[in-house]
Design a protein around this ligand. Sequence first.
Ligand SMILES: *[C@@H]1O[C@H](CO)[C@@H](O)[C@H](O)[C@H]1NC(C)=O
Ligand SMILES: *[C@@H]1O[C@H](CO)[C@@H](O)[C@H](O)[C@H]1NC(C)=O
Ligand SMILES: *[C@@H]1O[C@H](CO)[C@@H](O)[C@H](O)[C@H]1NC(C)=O
Ligand SMILES: *[C@@H]1O[C@H](CO)[C@@H](O)[C@H](O)[C@H]1NC(C)=O
Ligand SMILES: *[C@@H]1O[C@H](CO)[C@@H](O)[C@H](O)[C@H]1NC(C)=O
Ligand SMILES: *[C@@H]1O[C@H](CO)[C@@H](O)[C@H](O)[C@H]1NC(C)=O
Length: 460
Amino acid sequence: MFANRALKHLFLCSLTAFSSAKLAWKDTKFLVTFGDSYTTDGFNITAGVNSSDPGFVSSNGPNWVEALGSTYNVAGTKVFNLASGGATIDAALVPPYLPTVLSVVDQVAQFKRFLAPKPAGAQWSSDDTLFAIWIGINDVGNSFGWTNITQPQFYSVLMNRLTTQLDELYDLGARSFLFLTVPPTDRAPLFLQQGPAVVAKLRPFLVNYNAQLTSTVKKFESKHRGIETAIVFDTQPVFNTLLDNANTFGFVNVTGWCEAYENGTPSQTTQTPPCAPVSNYFWLNSLHPLFTVHKLKEPFTIENETLHANFQSVAERQAEWSGYPLTFYYNFQDPCLFYVVSGWEDSEAHRKWIASDTNQQFLHIFGPILTVDGLAHIDIDFNQIPSNTSELLVRKETGGGEGTGFVQESDDGRQPSWRGHGVDVDNTNDFYYLEAYDDFKGPVMSKAGEGTYVLKRVYA
Ligand SMILES: *[C@@H]1O[C@H](CO)[C@@H](O)[C@H](O)[C@H]1NC(C)=O
Ligand SMILES: *[C@@H]1O[C@H](CO)[C@@H](O)[C@H](O)[C@H]1NC(C)=O
Ligand SMILES: *[C@@H]1O[C@H](CO)[C@@H](O)[C@H](O)[C@H]1NC(C)=O
Ligand SMILES: *[C@@H]1O[C@H](CO)[C@@H](O)[C@H](O)[C@H]1NC(C)=O
Ligand SMILES: *[C@@H]1O[C@H](CO)[C@@H](O)[C@H](O)[C@H]1NC(C)=O
Ligand SMILES: *[C@@H]1O[C@H](CO)[C@@H](O)[C@H](O)[C@H]1NC(C)=O
């Protein structure tokens, strides 16, 4: 029998999952991003649509836009990153730290000038382009201490200004939008170091800004016809989960930063005494999280021993409960999909486990980054699956007959060490065909899909 779950890897997997609501990520040909230092990567549209993105990122490693454009790029998505470090919504409302910073108003003007005409290399269309906007960190941060405004009222001024920019993008053809909320910057050293009074004052401002952003997006969506998606992705639960469970996720220091690292380090493992290695920090400097928060480390942080230890402890407890060991896999085509394959006497026994305290505790920690995406109970003797399986080919066939659904040939002629098939006991129309391979050499089939999945084993 077989259970499967999806692990939304830290921030990025959460994001790709959410951004695929209507315009699926796999069908997204163009991604246009607007924002500040959390988003910028040196891409310079003024230098042309094929400008490279060699610039400074605030995360000491690929930021979320670069990760979406590379590791997580499944559709050859072309990225136009218009973000500018230090950006606010409008420099006339909240001045940025330098006059040269391009605000969202400036970034939208650049979009209009360089991309709206759809030049060669940027022939985007309304139904294949996602517009992602992550703004507000500096709006809230820079205006935090102002006494000439009431912050919540001022945020509605900011929202009105942001709305004019969204309207402009809509008029130019944008139909799919992703918004990211302001993360808990009250937990960043910049504010922590100013003491509990400052932190306590900032917290409700962030909550208010994010609430206004969410209602602004709803209003924008209902005002216009034909908006395909307008999703608000809340970054707060993800950041808070990582910060609250620092040990689990391998962060040693979540409150401070090391001056020697603040502008980036030559390597991602750099250590300058007396500081701990840079990889141990959540914050690279006073305000910017390290790239490990943006994305997984290569090959995948999921293979990190600290996370491993946590899964292992759940695995042990579940195995004790069920009498079957747990095996873990991820999906080659979609590294965000994480699978737990194990045995149960019957599906009732599994349901009891799901409701158990141990499992609920696990879900409490991993809840914000992990969602149970699917579950299948297959009538196969789990003990038959060779314990040294390193790659598992899974094919689901609806209304499938007996034993006809195996994949006939692997790309490289390898033979599976075991094959088995069985009905989904909760949905007897579905048959599952499993093929196990024991010597891992890369995905056994490159053209899997359409109900066929290649899973790679993690954690022996
Ligand atoms: C972007 O490219 C333009 C044109 O090549 C150049 O003038 C400008 O300085 C560049 N901007 C930055 C921030 O590098
Ligand atoms: C950008 O690259 C694309 C190919 O990826 C090409 O078709 C286009 O002409 C290029 N545009 C410019 C301005 O160089
Ligand atoms: C409030 O004061 C700040 C800082 O002096 C200034 O930049 C801003 O324009 C003022 N805002 C309003 C609404 O008066
Ligand atoms: C796992 O994470 C910890 C803490 O960040 C780090 O020290 C260790 O090197 C990581 N291990 C691997 C294999 O990446
Ligand atoms: C975090 O790192 C900073 C800089 O190295 C250090 O001053 C601080 O004491 C560390 N905090 C903890 C809790 O280790
Ligand atoms: C896996 O185990 C089987 C026996 O169950 C054995 O024949 C095979 O050689 C093993 N493969 C590897 C790579 O160890």
